[in-house]
Design a protein around this ligand. Sequence first.
Ligand code: HEM
Ligand SMILES: *[C@@H]1O[C@H](CO)[C@@H](O)[C@H](O)[C@H]1NC(C)=O
Ligand SMILES: *[C@@H]1O[C@H](CO)[C@@H](O)[C@H](O)[C@H]1NC(C)=O
Length: 373
Amino acid sequence: MALKLSFGLLALATFASAANFRRVACPDGVHTATNEACCVFHSLADHLQTITFNFTCGEDAHEALRLTFHDAIGFSFMNEALGGGADGSIMIFEDTELMDPANNGVDDAIDNLRPLLTMFDISAGDLIQFAGAVAVSNCPGAPKLEFMAGRPNATHPAALGLVPKPEDPVDMIFARMEDAGFSPTELVGLLASHSIARSDTLIDNRQAVPFDSTPFTFDTQIFLEVLLAGQESQTLPAAAGEVAAQVPNPLVAQGEMRLQSDFAIAHSTESNCFWQSLVNDQNNMMIHFHDAMAKLAVVGQDTSKMIDCSEAIPEPVPPVAKPATFPAGTGPELLQLSCTENIPFPSLATDPGQATTIPECPDGDINLNDCPS
Ligand code: HEM
Ligand SMILES: *[C@@H]1O[C@H](CO)[C@@H](O)[C@H](O)[C@H]1NC(C)=O
Ligand SMILES: *[C@@H]1O[C@H](CO)[C@@H](O)[C@H](O)[C@H]1NC(C)=O
């Protein structure tokens, strides 16, 4: 064992020194990079991990991921004057873009990240996409995302109305996504993000209301749990004006909520079979999320002018070695499957015991910043 390990290290060291030959030493005296332009992102990754996220897949990491979408989706092929995509406009023109109710709640992520603009020589668009990619690396089971550097600062805000809302009809959501370059399948891939998601704005008097039973793990539970039939009474009291954002779900007593949009996408003929296929298929979910995020991060940008600094993204925490399961108190009898293609649904176990409340903080984490306030 020891012998094998030292051979391994030797091989690694030789390889690393060959690679180092082409690397540049960064001005911080700590890092090396394949391209000098990536140095600042190595330093930024350290700062994000130690100060902003504390290496945790908690609230701040979730919000940083959401912000990548709300900045990037501000783009329209039908009218390119409406927005520049992943250009940082949501941070630079926060006062304008946050008038769109679809952006409710993203101010927390902007407030968290904005100070880094003065500490690091980067654009707002690069900061947002990089922070989101670093954030998900803390979530067990997330893929390592790509990061291309070089988004110029936005010069104007994105038009209001470009960000999909949870109450929107599914055809409207698909049309909006297509106008930004995304197919229904790509949207489903992106929605793996709702595996690590909780609402701060839709439920009356409550924050951090999770969309699945494992909001600190990048797993396929979201794809399973959205397929469990809810009864009419199984909703949480809605915040003012948000009644139509939510549809029933059977884990309401455990504190879970379901977005109308997730439900509609799970059952639309455009996307239901693909949605269903991701249940318990961690690997496929990771691949589709990775590829769609790579696209999302450069919406509206000229990638020929960008530099690949993916090397600065930390290696993600590996998946938890647990298949998808029906949460305690649910089971296969609740499955609501609308895909009519003949694809078998995986046979899954049901968690034993009583239905329990979904935890509000990541396991063992006592950092109050990562728990609902
Ligand atoms: C049809 C498209 C989408 C709709 C309608 C939608 C809607 C929402 C809503 C209403 C929330 C709760 C916000 C709150 O009340 O705090 C949310 C949370 C979230 N969304 Fe989406 N979303 C969509 C797509 C996406 C995409 C593409 C991503 C990322 C790539 C994303 C990432 C997230 C994350 C990470 C959260 C959790 C934020 C937190 O826990 O603080 N969403 N989404
Ligand atoms: C982008 O704008 C922010 C403030 O709006 C500024 O701090 C930053 O230096 C700018 N970055 C670049 C690369 O232009
Ligand atoms: C960071 O997270 C660890 C657990 O991983 C926790 O013990 C510690 O208190 C957190 N640090 C801060 C500054 O919140």
